[in-house]
Design a protein around this ligand. Sequence first.
Ligand code: NAP
Length: 339
Amino acid sequence: MPALTNRQVRLESRPIGEPKPEDFQVAEAPIPAPGDGQVLSRTIYLSLDPYMRGRMNEGRSYAASVDLGQVMVGATVGEVVESRYAGLAQGDLVLGYDGWQEYAVSQGASLRKLDPRAAPISTGLGVLGMPGMTAYVGLLDIGRPKPGETVVVSAAAGAVGSAVGQIARIKGCRAVGIAGGPAKCDYVVKELGFDAAIDYRAGDLFTALKHACPNGIDVYFDNVGGDILKAVLRQINRGARIPLCGMISQYNATELPPGPNLAPLLGNRALIQGFIISDHVDRMREFLRDCAEWVRTGRLKYREDIVDGLEHAPDAFIGLLRGKNLGKLIVRVAPDPTR
Ligand SMILES: NC(=O)c1ccc[n+]([C@@H]2O[C@H](COP(=O)([O-])OP(=O)(O)OC[C@H]3O[C@@H](n4cnc5c(N)ncnc54)[C@H](OP(=O)(O)O)[C@@H]3O)[C@@H](O)[C@H]2O)c1
């Protein structure tokens, strides 16, 4: 018997600095009905991702803000409840962008059908979804690692960083992760097989990097910006490549911090390039082919940090920006029928 109302998490106010629970509102709405070509789905998993912090702000970014009173945006894995789209039937499992709510109507053509026999459906939000593809495209197309080179990645225990280091290893590189705290550092070395890990909270990052990267740094996959980027830039090799993926250290900043000194880029003829994964959908086929195979054969491992209950999404998201998650942060909104 399906629920009669649709619980949602809406943006109540725009945070100044770190988001607070009061910036979100849990509310109820009627369950919408699908029109022609549309599908009603029930959310099973909701992805929580750092970019959502930017959507809470007003003003210009590479994507539109969430309006006050609107449902927070986000990728979801759901089950089709009612379909008026020929390509999907009731009971199908789909990857969509339904946001922080229990039910949503979307265009059938915008959904990707998931095969639960190929991989757990939650992986569509992580290692076989947007974060995994960000790691794959950013590292291979912009970082262009060559065997024997040293690849450093920050937020190394997270959804993107954990895949970056493992793909670097698959490509024959030395992988060095930077993460917050000994548990995350242990995880990336002992479970994921990175060559070394550095706890940036332990202090003297510059010296720790020097020890972990005796041959310098050829690729720095930057997920955080700030002081970590500053320390890395001072140790890059000639011709280094820096895919600029994220700046999470400043997502809650109320004023932009001073930038790093760029002189090492000039002297080393290095490349630094920002990228947004949604510009690279043309690489989806190769990404899924390679990463699905690496996951299946155990060469690409992943961890999911699963929080139960839509009402806990705000706290979990606040925790993400503090580094509380280990692995891909996902909210289980309803039981997973495939597990
Ligand atoms: N360019 C794109 O298209 C694209 C796509 C996806 C993601 N991204 C970016 O990639 C980065 C990682 O995303 P993700 O999904 O993999 O998230 P995640 O790593 O699973 O979670 C975020 C992690 O960031 C770290 N962090 C938080 N505050 C920090 C700070 N002040 N300094 C250093 N590290 C901090 C925390 O790990 P520690 O405990 O280790 O600090 C936290 O666990 C984010 O910057 C995100 O915006 C970009």
